[in-house]
Design a protein around this ligand. Structure first.
Ligand SMILES: [Zn+2]
Length: 522
């Protein structure tokens, strides 16, 4: 029997059977910091027991950088934890393959079209190449795939429909084959700025003034559909002539199509709050009259030695450079699991600073937890016991703290601290300092299950296979010899298959002079 004081201060008695039948998310209710209200709130989904979550995915025109990795890792943790405590989660993360213009506003070239022009490729070749690269990096970091991964080009029809709806509702207007969202009109009855705190009047005052070349009525307006110039390759027919969709409209369409007009969680990096997410809200409210999202979550950015990570400062490195230690700022390479552990050491809402010292410390910390993971899997309770009540209480408290910390706004940093405490207990059992018989079997099994579950299923921290370098090199060399033979026999299908299959596993084959081949591992 357990006693609980409810909000209305009645004393409620629950039987052990009732508590056992509770779902974990009822026992440890999730609270999260909602960017819409800037408050920590109790999470209550639209449909009991189910969660709909949308996260803005990558624009696939270049290699995924570490800042993106942090964002996707954070939402990986959110999806993993919500599933772990018993929710059915539908996680939608899109691929932006059209419409994202260079300066993130409505000007400049489409990022994918530009890359295609520079590299003399079809835009869809650019999209395929970088989408595969993105998936590869996600796998390296053990970031699980979403339930649905829709693309903007696969939803042109739906985007045109919603633009028509906004025009019919008087919230959008067409000029010379392009369509813009009328922010000032929308703001008469709604709040443009509800998420980011921006004020329309101030936005109107700041920066460049509109000139006669501009098609927008007001500078705060944003593009829903852009007319394609004659040389623009990515184009679709529409009621306004041939063109392509604006960047923000794709997320409104794909989130509500798969999750409903109002869904639970929308996430993304902090830099997307304005204008992207603000525009998403305006479009959805304009089209349906409903707030599209109940909880907005934003992850903070990465810095390097205290400075913002950016290409122009020369302090941004790619995942493969980080693994290989192949950058002037890195003393050596670090494994994907070390980097994952490192990223989880700080709360998602804080900035996270990369430095060699921090990465070296993370490497040691991760090894400690991973060794305890290997050890606890081998421990089994003897069956009979003479429980020490104090120890039983400690183990029981520790496993509960894992849930309490993760349910508290997905606090992975505090959860790792609990796992460290648990690892010390595991080492005591392993070394025989403390006998396993000092706890009852049930307490130990729960403790063990939670350590393994929170490491592997919730935080995605797996033991790393210590791969045998010599063996791996030997096997790749055998495949290289087979590929050379295939090419000599003019069996190019087999030769390409060997190259492509190895590539999908992260092994790149390079063809040198005189038919020689070398390889590198990502
Ligand atoms: Zn988006």
């Amino acid at each position: 029997m357990a006693l609980f004081i409810t909000k209305s201060r009645y004393l409620v008695l629950f039987s052990a059977d009732f508590l056992a039948s509770m779902k974990l998310f009822e026992k440890y209710p999730v609270h999260l910091t909602n960017s819409l209200t800037s408050k920590k709130e109790l999470f209550s989904p639209v449909n009991a027991g189910r969660v709909g979550m949308y996260v803005c995915g990558p624009t696939v025109y270049n290699d995924v950088h570490l800042g993106n990795v942090r964002t996707f890792m954070m939402f990986d943790i959110v999806a993993r934890y919500l599933r772990y405590v018993g929710y059915r989660v539908r996680y939608v993360r899109n691929i932006t393959d059209v419409g994202h213009l260079e300066n993130d506003a409505d000007e400049g070239e489409d990022k994918i079209a530009k890359k295609a022009r520079l590299e003399q490729l079809e835009p869809m070749e650019v999209v395929k190449h970088y989408t595969e690269g993105f998936h590869h990096v996600m796998r390296q970091f053990n970031i699980l795939p979403p339930s649905i991964e829709p693309s903007a080009t696969g939803h042109i029809v739906e985007q045109i429909e919603i633009v028509k709806k906004l025009i019919d509702g008087g919230l959008a207007y067409e000029v010379n084959g392009s369509v813009y969202f009328d922010v000032t009109k929308y703001n008469e009855h709604n709040n443009y700025g509800i998420l980011s705190g921006r004020i329309v009047e101030e936005l109107m005052e700041s920066g460049r003034k509109l000139d006669s070349q501009d098609e927008k009525r007001n500078k705060v307006d944003f593009a829903l559909w852009k007319k394609a110039s004659p040389y623009h390759i990515m184009r679709w027919p529409s009621p306004w002539g041939e063109g392509f969709p604006g960047w923000h409209i794709e997320c409104t369409v794909m989130s509500t199509k798969y999750l409903g007009e109002t869904f639970d969680i929308h996430g993304g990096g902090m830099d997307l709050k304005f204008p992207h997410h603000e525009c998403e809200i305006a479009q959805a409210v304009g089209a349906t009259g409903k707030q599209p999202v109940n909880y907005w979550l934003h992850s903070n950015m990465l810095t390097v030695n205290g400075q913002k990570m950016s290409k122009s400062l020369g302090n941004s490195f790619l995942p493969r450079e980080l693994f290989a230690g192949n950058h002037a700022l890195l003393e050596k390479g670090y494994s994907a699991m070390t980097v994952r552990f490192f990223m989880l050491q700080s709360h998602y809402s804080s900035t996270l600073d990369f430095s060699n010292e921090a990465l070296n410390a993370a490497e040691k910390g991760f090894k400690k937890l991973a060794n305890a993971l290997t050890a606890v899997k081998k421990l089994s309770h003897p069956g009979s016991s003479q429980p020490d009540p104090e120890l039983v209480q400690v183990l029981d408290r520790l496993h509960q703290e894992l849930y309490i910390n993760m349910s508290d706004d997905f606090n992975s940093a505090k959860t790792l601290a609990v796992l460290f405490e648990m690892s010390a207990r595991i080492n005591d059992f392993k070394s025989g300092n403390v006998s396993l018989g000092a706890v009852d079997a049930e307490t130990f099994e729960t403790f063990k299950k939670c350590y393994i579950g929170f490491m592997e299923d919730v935080l995605g921290l797996n033991e790393e296979a210590e791969h045998d370098e010599a063996l791996l090199t030997g096997v790749i060399n055998v495949l290289i010899e087979l590929r050379k033979k295939a090419r000599k026999d003019r069996n190019f299908a087999l030769s390409d298959k060997i190259r492509d299959d190895l590539k999908s596993m992260g092994v790149q084959l390079m063809d040198g002079k005189d038919g020689e081949m070398s390889f590198s591992i990502d």
